[in-house]
Design a protein around this ligand. Structure first.
Ligand code: AMP
Ligand code: MG
Length: 286
């Protein structure tokens, strides 16, 4: 299958956001089904891996100002952040990837500004950073459950934009993905977890309580997406009712991003011929 799927299929246009108008079961840019989609993702693997290695090599060699990718995964429970890590991010060399999962903040984290723990998780040059949840929780769950004063939440959208602009200027390319599922899909996935004893560890009874807040979460997402959908850190809404499509779409976004960055193999900073001669002339070492 040739992949017609392009970032433009997923890019959230600027302006007000209505998530109910975006079909979470759609497969934009892909006409074939699951089998072909899985094969297409596997086909992307080699190239993704080669691009990532070049980015990493650039970072090690200290070429240019130092570049990195930051893949931000946001979505409701069961939307597939973990699955994306396994199936898509898992295609590249783990040495070049840093995954950070953001849970309920600790007491210490709560004593600092909300970006404190995020800054601590920032990456080095040449790395693909992946945020499993992120600073967006601080305007999502925090907004829905009023865990911070209203004016503090209001302040955070601009703070996020300033923070992301600062990182972008320092060489970070953002891929912000909202994993969009329907409430019905979440219900099916929670039920599947309950029916499979090997998945009980993933089940949290609180997730069912959170479902009562689905409309409030949708609204919080719509506000966050609209207010932080910037040129330097745009949002992609990834229809995620089909797991295979979600995995392929995020793979395609990563591939497109890395291709555009076009990282180059560093040139040797030594004389290759001279090093070959040294090995050839070597006296026995043992
Ligand atoms: P999970 O990703 O399913 O392991 O769950 C992590 C939980 O941590 C979710 O319920 C998030 O909403 C919660 N969480 C993450 N970041 C924050 C935050 N900044 N404030 C409050 N809760 C958070
Ligand atoms: Mg959970």
């Amino acid at each position: 299958m040739t992949i017609a799927l392009k970032p433009a299929h997923l890019r959230l246009p600027p302006g007000p956001v209505d998530l109910t108008a975006i079909d979470s079961g759609a497969t934009p840019g892909v006409d074939d089904g699951k089998k072909a989609g899985e094969a297409a993702l596997a086909g992307l693997g080699d190239e993704l891996s080669a691009l990532q290695e070049r980015l990493y090599a650039e970072g090690v060699a200290g070429i240019g100002p130092g570049r990195a990718v930051l893949l931000v995964l946001q979505g409701m429970d069961t939307s597939g952040k973990g699955g994306t890590l396994r199936h898509t991010v898992g295609l590249v060399d783990p040495q070049g990837v840093r995954i950070s999962s953001f849970k309920k903040p600790t007491k210490e984290e709560l004593e600092h500004d909300f970006l404190w723990r995020i800054r601590k998780a920032l990456l080095g040059k040449g790395i693909i950073g992946v945020f499993d949840r992120s600073h967006y929780e601080d305007v999502l769950v925090v907004r829905v459950h009023q865990l911070a004063p209203k004016d503090e939440v209001e302040r955070r959208y601009d703070a996020i934009n300033a923070f992301e602009a600062e990182l972008a200027a320092a060489g970070v390319t953002f891929i912000k993905c909202m994993l969009h599922i329907s409430a019905e899909t979440q219900k099916e996935r929670l039920l599947a977890r309950l029916e499979d004893p090997t998945k009980h560890w993933k089940f949290n009874p609180g997730d069912i309580d959170e479902r009562a807040h689905w409309p409030a979460y949708r609204e919080a997402y719509e506000i966050a997406l609209e207010r932080t959908n910037t040129e330097v850190a745009p949002w992609y809404v990834v229809p995620s009712d089909h797991k295979w499509y979600r995995n392929l779409a995020i793979g395609a976004l990563l591939h497109d991003t890395l291709s555009h960055m076009n990282p180059q193999w560093p040139r040797a900073d030594f004389d290759v011929e001279e090093q070959k001669r040294r090995l050839a002339d070597e006296k026995p070492v043992a």
